[in-house]
Structures are given as C-alpha cells and as structure tokens.
Design a protein around this ligand. Structure first.
Ligand code: IPE
Ligand code: IPE
Ligand code: MG
Length: 236
C-alpha cells in the first residue's frame, strides 16, 4: 500500500532496550545489541518509502550518567555497528552523519565517525543522522555561545538576527526540522531531545520497545503521520 504525505524527516527516540532485555531475563546490553537490527530495519523502510532524512537519538548527554560498564558497551557497540554496516549503507546511497557533543567522545570513536562521514558525504538517497552525546539544551547553548563570539566584533548586527540565522549555529544546520518524532517504549516525554528543531514536529508515542520496532511499525507510523493535519497556528 502506498502512503500519501511522506514526511521528509523522521526522527526516532529509540527507547526501551533495557526493558526488552529484562523481559527476557538478560542483561540490559542485549537490548542495545538487538536494537541495531531495528536501526537496520528502519533505514531500509525509510529508503523504501522515500523518507529523505532519518535521525536517531542514540545517546543523550544525560546518558553519560549511566553505569560506566553500560556506557563503555554502548560506545563499543557504536564503533562495531559502524564497521559492520558502513559498506551496506554506502552501497545503498546513505549519507551517514553523527551530531552531538563530539568533544565527549573518545579519539577512536571520533576518528571512525569522521571516516564514515567523509566516505558517505556525497550519497543522496537518505541522510541517516545519529544523535550521539546530544541534548537539546546543550545544542541551544552551544549555538548561543558561538553566535555571541561571532557578534563580539559587530554588536550592531545583534538586533537583526533572525530565527533562521540562529538556527544556522545549531548542530543541525542544513537539515530540515523533523516532521515526525516517534518515541518507543510508552514513555511520553522528550528527554531533552530536539527542543528547538521539534517546535512544530508531529509526535507519536508508541508502546513497542525499540528492539521490537521494525519495518511494519515504521510504515504504520508514516500512515498515522499522513492523517495528521498540520496547521502551524493558522486557520484552515
Ligand atoms: C534506549 O533504551 C537506549 C538508550 C537510551 C541508550 P534504554 O537503555 O533507555 O532502555 P530502557 O528505557 O531502560 O528500557
Ligand atoms: C532518551 O532515553 C535518550 C535516548 C533514547 C538516547 P532515556 O531512556 O535516556 O530517557 P529517560 O531517562 O527515560 O527520560
Ligand atoms: Mg530508556
């Protein structure tokens, strides 16, 4: 079945890995491992449906406060998943982008990220964005600081700064705002995700745990989105 009104940018808050593992009597990390298969499924579904940007909230600034062992496993998983998936992503025309507070990632991970981003930078079928060590407030603050530095030498320009001008300092510069943000696992909150960019996104909260979220669920989310009426404050 074809879906009308395909969103340009779909974003996923991938939540519920720990609970998925717990339900099976396993360590939390098993949920993260299985979650990689859901990522692959959603990338495929995005390509099949014609979504141009798929962004995934993989690790928040707040997630650094988890036990060291889980953080280390997650970062290791990131390196491994990139190594395993990059040939196929590149082959399928996927541009791979990582956004977030890169200063907090180790040199090994940063080098691997740079290599993958460089390798796929000209691909045009789908842009896959991984938000890593990201939070919405961090993004807005780093943007404000950078803009303030730029304005130091010509404060007379401050008054004319527009929303679009400010948006160019966010890490998402050049990426359209998400049309649809989906959060899995039944949690109804944003957890400091795309605070600025999500100002007019459609939200969908589903009970499915992330490791169970596959192609059918992605397509269903798009069908739900297609029925939404986006008014942007106007009257029809
Ligand atoms: C999402 O799953 C993955 C990350 C936040 C890194 P969780 O690890 O938050 O799983 P739950 O929410 O505890 O089940
Ligand atoms: C949000 O999930 C962050 C990611 C999905 C990467 P969390 O599991 O960290 O969020 P809270 O703690 O339930 O708000
Ligand atoms: Mg969670």
């Amino acid at each position: 079945m074809s879906i009308d009104k395909i969103p340009v940018h779909v974003s996923m808050i991938m939540d519920g890995n720990g609970r998925w593992a717990k339900e099976r009597g396993k360590e939390r990390v098993y949920g993260h491992f299985e979650g990689v298969n859901s990522v692959r499924a959603c990338v495929e579904a995005a390509i099949e449906t014609g979504v141009k940007y798929l962004s995934l909230f993989a690790f928040s600034e707040e997630n650094w406060n988890r036990p060291d062992e889980e953080v280390t496993t997650l970062m290791g998983l990131m390196v491994k998943a990139m190594a395993n998936e990059m040939d196929s992503l590149d082959h399928n025309g996927v541009r791979f982008v990582v956004l977030g507070n890169r200063d907090r990632l180790g040199p090994e991970l940063n080098e691997e990220i740079d290599r993958c981003m460089k390798r796929t930078e000209d691909n045009q079928v789908l842009t896959l964005i991984i938000f890593l060590s990201y939070s919405g407030k961090w993004d807005i603050l780093q943007a404000a600081k950078k803009m303030a530095m730029d304005m130091l030498s010509h404060p007379e320009d401050i008054e004319a700064v527009s929303m679009d001008d400010f948006g160019r300092y966010l890490v998402t510069d050049g990426i359209p705002d998400p049309d649809l943000i989906v959060r899995t696992s039944g949690e109804n909150r944003l957890s400091n995700y795309l605070l600025w960019q999500g100002a007019y996104s459609e939200f969908l909260f589903v009970d499915t745990l992330w490791p169970d979220f596959r192609k059918d669920d992605f397509r269903k989310a798009l069908e739900t989105y297609a029925k939404r009426d986006r008014r942007y404050g106007k009257v029809k």
